[in-house]
Design a protein around this ligand. Structure first.
Ligand code: 6PG
Length: 253
């Protein structure tokens, strides 16, 4: 059963998610000496990333030398492109925290062949986690967003990638962007120990209600496919995005 928390604003929500990240990072480092964190792109997580870079309380709560960063997905662009998910996280958090390059595992969107970039990331996951091809890594935390169309990572409505379990990393064509993307597959996201959906803004409200309270339509609403097991999922949403939900799960209710 997914857990739902609702906070009044994106600022409050980002702080609430930061606390959740600290809890899971502390546990992962205590358990296996490392915190393997999948970052999402888009705009919603920027505040959270900046919080870790700037808030001494949050910054000081994690042993950053033991944190390894991965991405849920990447646009088919280079690392300095304005649309790069890597660049957004680098500028907001990784660079200010001085994260060593060896701890940063970015998808190489600069590769003209997106499928080759996906294969290369798959191989990097295999090496880093010392797992055979096809075995999903167990990320300690996967941070995800949700688009107003119900997509998550770069898993879009109607995409063949939604049902593709042939690889851990895929390079789907995204018609709405007229571009390829590189994305972790559904089985990989569902293998994570803890998934956090960070969703804010009234433009997400109608879709969030359909995803959380409507019928199962996993091709139309890809976010519904993310049901980690044996891991768990936290839906962290702001009041605006939660306004159509029948149960709000307010953090102070
Ligand atoms: C991306 C993200 C994507 C994002 C959603 C929500 O590459 O854009 O990985 O899945 O999380 O589109 O984006 P916003 O946070 O900008 O609404």
């Amino acid at each position: 059963m997914p857990t739902l928390v609702v906070e009044e604003s994106l600022a409050a929500l980002s702080d609430r998610v930061a606390a959740d990240v600290v809890v899971h990072a502390t546990a992962a480092i205590a358990t296996h000496g490392r915190f393997d964190w999948v970052l999402s792109g888009g705009s919603t997580p920027v505040r959270l990333y900046e919080l870790f870079a700037s808030d001494p309380r949050r910054r000081g709560a994690i042993d950053w030398a033991r944190v390894h960063f991965f991405w849920s997905d990447e646009r088919h662009v280079g690392p300095d492109h304005p649309e790069s998910n890597y660049r957004m996280a680098r500028d907001a958090m990784l660079a200010p925290l001085g994260i060593p390059a060896a701890n940063v595992h970015r998808m190489r969107g600069e590769n003209a062949d997106a499928a080759a970039a996906a294969r290369a990331y798959d191989e990097e996951l295999g090496r880093f986690f010392a797992i055979p091809p096809g075995t999903p890594p167990r990320f300690d935390l996967a941070l995800l967003g949700m688009g107003a169309d119900g997509h998550t990572a770069s898993l879009f409505p109607g995409s063949p990638a939604l049902r593709d379990a042939s690889a851990r990393v895929l390079a789907p064509w995204v018609e709405s962007s007229k571009a390829f993307r590189i994305t972790l597959s559904v089985p990989v996201l569902n293998a994570a120990s803890h998934v956090v959906f960070l969703v804010a803004g009234e433009d997400k409200a109608a879709t969030l209600k359909r995803v959380l309270e409507g019928p199962d339509l996993p091709d139309e609403l890809p976010s519904q496919r993310i049901r980690p097991y044996p891991g768990d999922v936290l839906w962290a949403v702001d009041r605006a995005a939660a306004r159509e939900l029948s149960r709000t799960g307010r953090s102070d209710e």
